[in-house]
Design a protein around this ligand. Structure first.
Ligand SMILES: [Fe+2]
Ligand SMILES: [Fe+2]
Length: 468
């Protein structure tokens, strides 16, 4: 097998023998991680997958039956732009960094490792879901997400091996050693240590947590470190599908629930084997709040440093903003002081996590509007909503305080007393799990979810997406 078969790439890997050797050494470790921690039970099956073989519009969406361990995980960067410049921060307008600037080396490595760690983590979280898929279509989408997260890991490992020498190699190895949810060697970010063991969790995860990925990648796609920017731009094309899976998955659950509510005189969907809206709401509350944590503290010197250094920009930095220095402005946010919520003004650069989080929240609201439309279409007046951003937070200004679902400061006792109304209880999780019986007949779908409006890449829903 030639090199481009083993590690498809558009980075001239064959001309960089040192990097080639490093990645060829890492490859078997990756495959053994995939074997141990990748999707359980379906490794020998043919799955109708999209494989990136090139970044051009023709190449990157190549569909065919593939066995997952034979998926061609590749390294693809968006083409370089001539005379790329640092687009923001103190070095605004300087030539983009083609190598890692010494003074930013630690910061950059930390950014790449933190992003890289999420990719294998989500594969680990989702590894049992194939056994309970609601349809072959959904099973295929799950595996598509999984192999692409594997490719995203490759993307970050390429940067570590290619630009960070020995400590990069060590970090690349460590990415295969941490394990989601393992108390001794957990993944770096908490959302990636939470179990994702039923399909409602999966859709909420891909809706909310993969969407955090979109915003992190978008901010890094602006980076003055050109290899990182080009890598992230290409990853974003794949990320779009992951969010589609979550967004439409939840929409289909809501639609089915609404249909079942109309069938029962008391709107009791449990009697008909559906997922009640209040459970859907609790899963939204859970994953939305954990995903908000991923943006980091509201007031952050890291965010200021990363921006000043030109490493991590704002969402659509070039399109949306005219002042790319952002050294002057201020941002007013609400913080807790002496047991009260009060406004505090902070320098804009220190508030950039919060600015990015705000963009994310706006995007999530669009999803809610779509799901509520599914309720309207079925003639129901109930509505789903996003909890307040202060609710159930574990990172930043609101961590260690208690808030109700509307964001009012409450006591720990009040929170504990209401918790079961806001967050999934063990009984809720058990009920959802009890519905998770695999449906693997071509064209069939589980009772608790509506079929998709169309199949994948022109194929009908009734298509053998996975050959069992
Ligand atoms: Fe990813
Ligand atoms: Fe993703």
């Amino acid at each position: 097998m030639n090199l481009n078969e083993r590690i498809p790439n558009n980075v001239n890997l064959s001309e960089d023998k040192r990097l080639q050797r490093a990645l060829e050494k890492w490859l078997p470790n990756f495959l053994s991680w995939w074997h141990d921690m990748g999707p359980d039970g379906f490794q020998e099956k043919d799955v109708w997958l999209r494989t990136a073989i090139d970044v051009g519009s023709e190449g990157w969406a190549h569909f065919d039956y593939v066995k997952m361990p034979e998926y061609r995980w590749g390294i693809f960067l968006e083409p370089a732009q001539a005379d790329a410049k640092v687009g923001f921060g103190d070095n605004y307008g300087a030539p983009a960094y083609q190598e890692v600037p010494g003074e930013f080396r630690n910061a950059l490595r930390r950014i790449i490792v933190t992003q890289g760690d999420t990719e294998p983590a989500s594969v680990e979280q989702q590894r049992q879901l194939g056994h309970t898929c609601p349809s072959l279509y959904d099973m295929r989408n799950l595996f598509q997400v999984n192999v692409e997260e594997g490719r995203h890991l490759w993307a970050m490992v390429y940067l570590l091996h290619g630009y960070f020498g020995r400590d990069g190699r060590d970090e690349a190895d460590a990415l295969l050693e941490r394990r989601s949810g393992n108390p001794d060697k957990p993944r770096i970010l908490e959302a990636f240590n939470q179990p994702c063991d039923d399909w409602l969790n999966f859709y909420a995860f891909t809706m909310f947590t993969d969407r955090d990925g979109k915003y992190q990648l978008s901010a890094l796609a602006e980076s003055g470190f050109e290899p990182l920017a080009r890598t992230c731009r290409f990853m974003l094309t794949e990320e779009a599908h992951h969010m589609f899976v979550g967004d439409t998955g939840l929409s289909r659950v809501v639609k089915r629930t609404a249909q079942l509510m109309k069938q029962n005189p008391n709107e009791d969907v449990r009697a008909l084997g559906g997922i009640p809206l209040d459970i859907v709401q609790k899963y939204i509350n859970f994953w939305f709040s954990y995903s908000l944590d991923l943006f980091g503290g509201e007031i952050s010197s890291n965010s200021a440093d990363f921006f000043a250094a030109g490493l991590k920009g704002r969402f659509k930095e070039q399109e949306q903003y005219t002042d790319h220095i952002a050294a002057e402005g201020a941002y007013t946010m609400t913080v807790v002081e002496n047991g009260k919520l009060v406004p505090r003004e902070v320098p804009l650069r220190n508030a950039l996590n919060e600015v990015l989080r705000g963009e994310y929240v706006k995007d999530c609201e669009k999803g809610l509007a779509r799901w509520n439309k599914a309720l309207t279409d079925e003639g129901l007046s109930q509505r789903l909503f996003l909890p307040n951003i202060r609710f159930h937070r574990h990172v930043g200004e609101y961590a260690g305080h208690y808030f109700d679902i509307e964001g009012n400061l409450i006591s720990k006792e009040e929170f504990e007393a209401k918790k079961s109304e806001w967050l999934p209880t063990i009984e809720d999780r058990e009920y959802v799990r009890s519905l998770m019986k695999p449906v693997t007949e071509i064209g069939k779908i589980a009772n608790w979810i509506a079929p998709p409006t169309s199949g994948i890449k022109g194929k009908p829903f009734e298509f053998e997406y996975v050959r069992l």
